[in-house]
Write a protein that binds this ligand. Structure first.
Ligand code: RFL
Length: 404
């Protein structure tokens, strides 16, 4: 790293500058290092922060295969738990789907995202990968020109310029890559119109299945994260502050919507994390803008109803690593455009299923005034009934639920 003449801006370079050390950025970094490509990861947060940030937990079989293929699956093979059942609870009763025995007979691996990120980080650093924590990328410059570079702020606040041949925007929904997109980039956005209060409880799971409760008071969800930690969701009004509900009210509401009185009590424990998620989706098209490539949440946001985000991030990172390797090693000029087209096909499939799943779990608002909500609620009920009774529908569900 060198300093410029006035001593204000440091200057450094890498063939590929990766923004963000989430699942997308760290899978990409690992694969680039393995291919012998010079790269650096710039991460705004601290090492401790990314190792502790609880988010996803349900890894699709294809995600596990990708991580396996590149020797990145030791931790999840050791500590991950296989999962293949979900339970729907409605006013009409409850039914279980053993999706692991339906469709392609594939199961999820439950492995907390922060553990995956810790594994990926350890492997990346162990393989000699460069990473700068506490370094916030500000803007990607000249992505369409001859001198692409990233301006960033180092932990001590000093500016730094990273020259690059390619910049991989893996810095999520609020990152610098999205802010730096040219006007030609299109962001297709869809708002499902509902919000969830996402909760992490220090409590053992209450069911041996993912629980989806459909209730007149709103949706409630249950997902195991580990033997002592469970994620719960409660549908709430848009704009509800995350701290609006006391712990007691949260548990009472979960009891009510999950019909604990009928199907057995929930195992309570302290709520250690909470946040409100608006169920919105978007897709940026294309994913390539000259030297700037997008992957993971930076490329597309999916509502958490179908747990696709982290899985798409890993898939896109593998595709992008292959395309960058083909471009930099073999001079394949079309590889990066093909990356965009191939990834978008997966992204839209995931969006389609997420949309279907969101409609299954909520009576979506914003319908026409002539009894729209009754109509929607009845359609939802019919959809659940079809899922309960039709083997073909169950196979379709299973294939899409575990697939990306
Ligand atoms: P991430 O994980 O957000 O990582 C982006 C990284 O970039 C850093 N960053 C910057 N660094 C430098 N300069 C800047 N200007 C920067 N701006 C940001 C951030 O600090 C961060 O480290 O994106 P990535 O890698 O694309 O991975 C996406 C996944 O994290 C996300 O899709 C999933 O967590 C979504 N999701 C789930 N996905 C699943 O597949 N299965 C699940 O069960 C699941 N559960 C969830 C979820 C997301 C949730 N939240 C966050 C709404 C549950 C929840 C509650």
């Amino acid at each position: 790293m060198t300093e410029d003449q006035n001593g204000l801006e440091s200057r450094a370079s890498a063939d590929v500058v990766v923004l963000g050390a989430g699942p997308a950025g760290l899978v990409l970094g690992n694969l680039l290092v393995a291919a012998g490509i010079d790269c650096v990861v710039l991460e705004r947060a601290s090492r401790a922060h990314i190792r502790n940030r609880a988010r996803a937990g349900f890894l699709a079989p294809n995600t596990v295969r990708i991580l396996d293929r590149h020797g990145l699956a030791d931790g999840l093979r050791r500590d991950g738990r296989s999962h293949g059942t979900c339970e729907f609870r409605t006013g009409d009763g409850r039914f279980r789907l053993d999706y692991g025995t339906l469709g392609r007979r594939e199961r999820h691996t439950v492995y907390p995202q922060q553990n995956l990120v810790s594994d990926l980080l350890e492997r990346y650093v162990g393989a000699g990968g460069r990473i700068r924590f506490g370094t916030e990328a500000l803007t990607v410059h000249d992505a369409d020109g001859t001198r692409p570079h990233v301006t960033a702020r180092e932990p001590d606040g000093r500016p730094v310029r990273w020259d690059a041949r390619y910049v991989a925007g893996c810095d999520g929904r609020h990152g610098a890559a999205r802010r730096s997109l040219p006007p030609t980039a299109v962001r297709h956005r869809h708002d499902h119109g509902v919000s969830w209060l996402g909760l992490l409880a220090e409590a053992p799971p209450s069911l041996d299945a993912v629980g989806y409760a459909v209730h007149d008071r709103g949706f409630a969800g249950h997902m195991a994260r580990g033997p002592e930690v469970t994620r719960y969701y409660l549908e709430c009004h848009r704009g509800t502050p995350a701290d609006a509900w006391s712990e007691e009210r949260i548990w009472d509401e979960l009891d009510l919507r999950m019909r604990a009185g009928k199907y057995g009590p929930l195992r309570r424990g302290p709520i250690v994390e909470r946040g409100v998620v608006d169920l919105t989706c978007d897709v940026v098209e294309p994913l390539r803008h000259g030297s700037l490539l997008l992957a993971g949440d930076a490329a597309s946001l999916t509502a958490p109803a179908a747990a696709k985000g982290a899985n798409l991030a890993v898939l896109e990172a593998e595709l992008l690593a292959g395309a960058l390797t083909d471009t930099l090693r073999r001079g394949d000029a079309g590889a990066l455009d093909r990356y965009s087209a191939r990834s978008l096909a997966f992204i839209w499939r995931a969006q389609e299923f997420t949309q279907w799943m969101t409609g299954l779990l909520h009576a979506l608002p914003g319908q026409d005034r002539s009894g729209g909500s009754f109509f929607q609620a009845s359609v939802r009920r019919a959809r659940l009934d079809s899922l309960r009774t039709s083997l073909a529908h169950q196979d379709w569900f299973a294939e899409n639920y575990v697939g990306v």
